[in-house]
Design a protein around this ligand. Structure first.
Ligand SMILES: *Cc1c(COP(=O)(O)O)cnc(C)c1O
Length: 435
């Protein structure tokens, strides 16, 4: 045995049991992010996981190879219990998935090459010809496009309800969806939510959706895109959602230097998606997974600071004479929205819309005058970003739909980062001055 080989019988070198509790106390996610799912003993004592750049994995024995493939192909439930091939899974991605599941209190998680890959593979797994997808609106534009333009090609239709809908309105849409599915010889395949909606920040009542789905006797999962408030400020599985989706590109990655996505939920909902991912690919690559492990160690710190900064910046903006209003979850005006917020959210986030007095010209003047905040789409990074949805992310949205969604020419989208809050306020103050 060479000095690099591990003697599994040696107590010093034996892989450690995973510690998730001390003296009955459940360890918090921010503690578990430093080591959960990784044992240095298995990697030459390396404190941090190495990046496993390999396409394939050697089997200890032929019988192991057979057993793994029974899991991969679904002959035996529960997936492979060892590593086989990097389209299916690999060490960095498995550690990432273990740690992502912790934040949402989920049994299992799956990582993907982008948020959209995660969402598309999820929808493709559950919907087939004749089925109806019910979704909240607005959704991220690419998600809405995938449902309306692509799923329809395969005979899947959809119905939607506005983000702030009441229980009665949700009941009505589900009843309509059921009869539509019956007509088409299909089923209601999924209720797909996004909360808060972009860029209005309207919240969906997930508890009401859970109640409506159960009372309608529907056997479909409720999925929710939690990119804007997760994982820190909202845990939708606690309100009755079954599957939570992320663009990890945003707060979780948090440094605007990678693109990735994930879903999490009970194993029974994850396993069918894993089977399709095994077939199609779309798993996150090992480098990106490693970057995300680094990001997860600071996600709570970064999001907390960004949230505190946003509260200070919004307090300043709300009082400014050139500001008409704010779409910020820390300053909700509507009683029903406030009620949903109180039941569902642990924080107001750091992404909001700023309504200026005026229109496009005033907004452009403001945006072009910013010195710290960068003019870019996306959100959730360490740096502050600002953009103009009506002429950028939502340019192709028809005018009536824009009006219905409250996306006017005077709306600016801002994602606050972790800079010094007073520097940010000084920047916004001088840019407002220039308007
Ligand atoms: C960015 C985003 C997505 C898409 O994620 P990508 O990682 O860009 O594919 C989906 N949903 C929301 C809410 C987003 O903000």
């Amino acid at each position: 045995m060479s000095e690099h080989e591990i003697d599994p019988t040696s107590p010093r070198m034996a892989p450690k049991q995973e510690v998730t509790k001390i003296a009955g106390r459940e360890l918090k996610p921010s503690t578990l992010m430093m080591g959960h799912g990784y044992d240095p003993v298995l990697s030459e004592g390396s404190l941090k996981p190495p990046i496993f750049l390999t396409s394939t994995f050697a089997f200890p024995s032929a019988a192991d190879g057979k057993r793994h493939f029974e899991g991969i192909t679904g002959k035996r439930p529960g997936g492979a219990d060892g590593l086989v091939y990097s389209r299916f899974n690999a060490p960095n991605q498995e550690i990432l998935e273990d740690r992502l599941a912790i934040w949402d209190g989920a049994e299992d998680a799956l990582s993907f090459s982008s948020g959209m890959t995660a969402i598309c593979v999820l929808l493709l797994t559950y919907a087939q010809q004749g089925d109806v997808i019910v979704h909240s609106g607005p959704l991220y534009a690419a998600t809405e496009g995938f449902v309306a333009k692509w799923m329809s090609r395969w005979g899947v239709s959809y119905l939607d309800f506005p983000a702030g809908a009441t229980r009665e309105e949700i009941d009505a849409v589900l009843a309509k969806a059921k009869s539509k599915a019956d007509e088409q010889g299909g089923k209601v395949a999924m209720v797909y939510l996004e909360s808060p909606g972009n860029p209005t920040n309207a919240l969906v009542d997930v508890e009401a959706v859970r109640g409506a789905v159960d009372e309608a006797g529907l056997d479909c999962p409720i999925a929710i895109d939690n990119t804007f408030l997760g994982p820190l400020w909202q845990r939708p599985l606690d309100q009755g959602a079954d599957i939570v989706c992320y663009s990890l590109t945003k707060y979780v990655g948090g440094h605007s230097d990678l693109v990735a996505g994930s879903i999490a939920g009970a194993k029974k909902w994850m396993d069918p998606v894993r089977m399709l991912r095994n077939t199609m690919g779309g798993i996150c690559d090992p480098n990106t997974a490693w970057m995300l492990l680094r990001s997860l160690e600071t996600v709570e710190l970064r999001m907390s600071r960004a949230g505190e900064n946003a509260a200070k910046v919004c307090e300043f903006l709300a009082r400014h004479p050139k500001v008409e209003g704010l779409g910020y979850l820390g300053m909700i005006k509507d009683a029903r929205q406030q009620d949903i917020y109180d039941r569902h959210c642990k924080g107001a986030g750091s992404t909001f819309s700023l309504l200026l007095k005026g229109g496009e010209a005033e907004c452009f003047r403001f945006l072009d005058s910013l010195k710290i905040a960068k003019l870019a789409v996306s959100l959730g990074g360490t740096e502050t970003l600002a953009s103009h949805p009506a002429s950028m992310t939502h340019l192709s949205v028809p005018d009536e739909r824009k009006a219905a969604l409250g996306i006017g020419d005077n709306l600016i989208r801002i994602s606050i980062g972790i800079e010094d809050p007073d520097d940010l306020i000084a920047d916004f103050e001088q840019a407002l001055e220039a308007v």
